[in-house]
Structures are given as structure tokens and as C-alpha cells.
Design a protein. Structure first.
Ligand SMILES: C[S@@+](CC[C@H](N)C(=O)[O-])C[C@H]1O[C@@H](n2cnc3c(N)ncnc32)[C@H](O)[C@@H]1O
Length: 210
């Protein structure tokens, strides 16, 4: 589920590393402080971890460097191929936020730049599932684009259009970016306590504790 955007990543996979390093001007603000954003997630992780939407494996690499026991889940064939070639002999499999090989004793569930591919209903299903799966003091640590409210979301779309960033504007209209209050509601209803920290103009750290 939530796999309706795979064709975008088929096209983006081979130039994705250029985007995160700021070479694709439309996405420069989205990926501003990219390395620090991934560090903000990785620094909070300990114990057995599942990472969703590994992409080319940039957060996965930081987790490996911390000796974290991590299983990577990625639904896009080309992304998975690239990540696997960068990090052979690691645990990476096809799957998505809702459909993935279930495993026990999971301490952390992490993701960067990916959770907005789920509708808000699917986000709720995901957090209910993660509450069930995580150990008693388990945590979900996501970095993803969020907006303070619908007005901020619309302003970001208008701003992208004014700058001539049509790909970014379409992305902001097409995918399921939600607001802080909606995300807070989704996560607390699933039984977590949650805090948010803004990391750039688009991306927030979402830290949910069981
Ligand atoms: C913008 S990339 C982010 C990649 C990487 N996490 C990073 O921070 O650079 C989004 C990734 O989410 C994946 N994705 C899209 N829909 C997904 C879903 N439903 N479940 C898990 N991953 C998904 C895409 O295939 C892609 O690899």
C-alpha cells in the first residue's frame, strides 16, 4: 500500500544523490541540511531497527556506521538495487510502510523523506501496527516534510510556482503531506507520546515514544 508513486522513483533513482547534495535547484531547500537531518534520526537510535524507504541508502549507511542492527525496507526496485550495491551483505528487502516481513524485539522504526507517501488513513494504520510491533519502550523516529497548517502548505505550493519550480509544486500537490496537528492526532491516537522539531523549511523530526 502507498506504492502509487513508484514510477517517480524509477525516474529519480539514478540522479537522487545529486538532489540530496543540492545539485537539483528545485529541491535545494527541501534537502537543506540533509546530512544533519539524517544524523538527527541516526543519533536517536539504539537497538534493533527497521528503516522504511531506504532509497539509495544514505540513512542506512549512518545506522551501519553506528553498528545498529538494521533491516532496510524499500518498495522501489531501482532504489533497492542501488542501495544493495552500495551495501552488499546487509539486510535489505522489498516492502513498504505497511507490508513488510514482521520481526520481533524491534526497538526503533526510522525513516527519512518517505512517510508522506501514505495517506493520513494509512499513516494511522502504520502507527497502530508499529505500536503493536515495538518493544515496550520502543520509538519511532521519522524526518519528513510537514506543514504547520493548510495555509502554510498552500503557501509552499504558491512559492514553488512563483519560482518556476514546477516539479516541486506538483510534488507538493500530489503527495500526502500532512500538517503538524493531524500528525500529532494520528500518533497520539495510536498510543504514543510525540514531539516535533523543525529541521529546515520543509522537514520536521517526528519523535514518537511508546
Ligand atoms: C525521497 S526518497 C527518500 C530516500 C531516503 N530515505 C533519503 O532520506 O534520502 C523516498 C523513498 O521512499 C520510498 N517510498 C515510496 N513509497 C513508499 C512506501 N509506501 N513505503 C515505503 N517506502 C516508500 C521511495 O521508493 C523512495 O526510495
Amino acid at each position: 500500500m502507498g506504492r502509487e508513486f513508484m514510477h517517480i522513483f524509477d525516474e529519480w533513482a539514478d540522479t537522487y544523490q545529486d538532489a540530496v547534495s543540492g545539485q537539483q535547484i528545485e529541491y535545494r531547500s527541501v534537502f537543506e541540511h540533509y546530512e544533519e537531518i539524517l544524523d538527527a534520526v541516526a543519533d536517536r537510535v539504539s537497538g534493533k531497527t527497521i528503516e522504511f524507504g531506504v532509497g539509495t541508502g544514505n540513512l542506512f549507511e549512518k545506522l551501519l556506521n553506528k553498528q545498529i542492527d538494521v533491516i532496510g525496507i524499500e518498495p522501489n526496485e531501482r532504489m533497492l538495487e542501488i542501495a544493495k550495491s552500495r551495501f552488499p551483505n546487509t539486510k535489505m528487502v522489498d516492502g513498504d510502510f505497511l507490508n513488510f516481513p514482521k520481526t520481533e524485539n524491534v526497538h526503533n522504526i526510522v525513516s527519512s523523506y518517505a512517510f508522506h507517501h501514505l495517506t493520513d488513513d494509512e499513516k494511522s494504520q502504520a502507527f497502530e501496527l508499529y505500536h503493536h510491533l515495538l518493544v515496550d519502550d520502543g520509538e519511532v523516529i521519522f524526518a519528513d516534510t510537514l506543514f504547520k497548517d493548510d495555509t502554510h502548505h498552500q503557501r509552499a505550493i504558491d512559492d514553488a510556482k512563483e519560482k518556476g519550480f514546477s516539479n516541486l509544486a506538483q510534488d507538493l500537490m500530489r503527495e500526502y503531506y500532512t500538517t503538524l496537528p493531524k500528525m500529532e492526532d494520528i500518533i497520539t491516537k495510536a498510543g504514543f507520546q510525540v514531539s516535533f522539531k523543525q529541521l529546515n523549511d520543509f522537514v520536521w523530526l517526528i519523535h514518537a515514544k511508546k
